[in-house]
Design a protein. Structure first.
Length: 317
């Protein structure tokens, strides 16, 4: 009898463990299942040089009025989890990027054709780099980096850092605290005119927070609640939660990348336009080049030696 009860307990334990493993796998690999079942069909994949030529064809820095079809680029494995991306002013046709948690907290800089410009810059003490952007900081131009990932709300404080482009030893940081539930910020956008910083929480009915440009960069601050994302576009749910954001160069539109769409929102309270994403896994970040072309990243789209995790929607006019 005792042996039977012991076997029953062991069986229940194994069943429970199997169930937990199955739920974990379902959550982890749901995106692969989604890609296989709901794939939107083939997308043109280009070399780095061809990719660069496509998205830089329009030379003017005026507002974009017509976009082309989405394209993808093969990228080196060092960009496997590019969770944040931002254009450089100092190095034309080049991008800064950071990788997600599990990687070293480094800021990389390379051209759209793949040339590495400088040694990576270390962001000290970062835990989960989720987003970045470029924008004004007083009389200077800064690169902003958000160490704000907090899946399952395990962090009580998040961190925002910035440095003046071309001055790597100018890094300064703010600690962020939030009233109520702990935020999980995966999108950062700096307004190109005002310099205000907007942080987008990716949870359901999540908030947009604002850090005014006038905020002193020291100590701990509480970002201001600016609005709620579900009021900014329709059909908000987990699959449309924001993982990246960037303003157009004129500051009149905010681009938000989600699991399924790139959403162009007339800023601050106008209409929203949806553009379906190509078949990519875990879209992560988006930025807007000076000529209006959109560049976006995702995780885990592997070929034999590279991954197709850089995409773009070229501005044509």
């Amino acid at each position: 009898m005792a042996l039977s009860q012991k076997n029953t307990r062991i069986g229940l334990g194994l069943f429970t463990a199997s169930l937990l493993i199955g739920l974990f796998a379902l959550n982890k690999y749901y995106w692969i299942f989604k890609l296989l079942v709901f794939s939107q069909g083939p997308v043109n994949v280009y070399s780095e040089t061809e990719f660069s030529e496509k998205i830089l064809a329009k030379q003017s820095h005026s507002r974009c009025t017509k976009y082309g079809e989405a394209i993808l680029r093969e990228a080196p494995l060092s960009l496997a989890e590019a969770s944040g991306v931002a254009p450089s002013l100092l190095y034309p046709d080049s991008l800064y990027h950071v990788n997600d948690s599990g990687n070293e907290p480094l800021v990389h800089l390379r051209s759209l054709e793949g040339k590495v410009h400088k040694s990576p810059l270390s962001i000290l003490e970062a835990r989960d780099l989720e987003a970045m952007d470029a924008g004004p900081c007083g009389r200077h131009h800064c690169i902003y980096v958000a160490d704000t990932g907090s899946n399952n709300s395990f962090r009580t404080r998040l961190r925002l850092s910035r440095f003046r482009e071309g001055v790597p030893n100018s890094i300064e940081s703010l600690e962020l605290k939030f009233s109520g539930e702990i935020a999980n910020i995966e999108a950062l956008a700096v307004h190109p005119q005002s310099g205000d910083i907007f942080l987008l929480d990716r949870d359901v009915n999540s908030a947009i927070y604002r850090v005014p440009a006038s905020t002193p960069w020291r100590g701990v601050i509480e970002p201001q609640l600016f609005g709620e994302i579900f009021s900014y576009y329709e059909n908000y749910d987990l699959e449309s939660s924001p993982t990246g954001a960037a303003f157009a160069p004129d500051g009149k539109s905010l681009f938000i990348i989600t699991s399924n769409f790139i959403i162009e929102k007339t800023w601050p309270d106008g209409d929203a336009k949806y553009t379906p994403l190509p078949s990519m896994l875990l879209p992560e970040a988006i930025t807007v080049l000076p000529n209006g072309s959109l560049v976006f990243t995702s995780e885990m789209f592997f070929t034999k030696t590279h991954l197709k995790n850089f995409g773009a929607i070229p501005c044509l006019e």
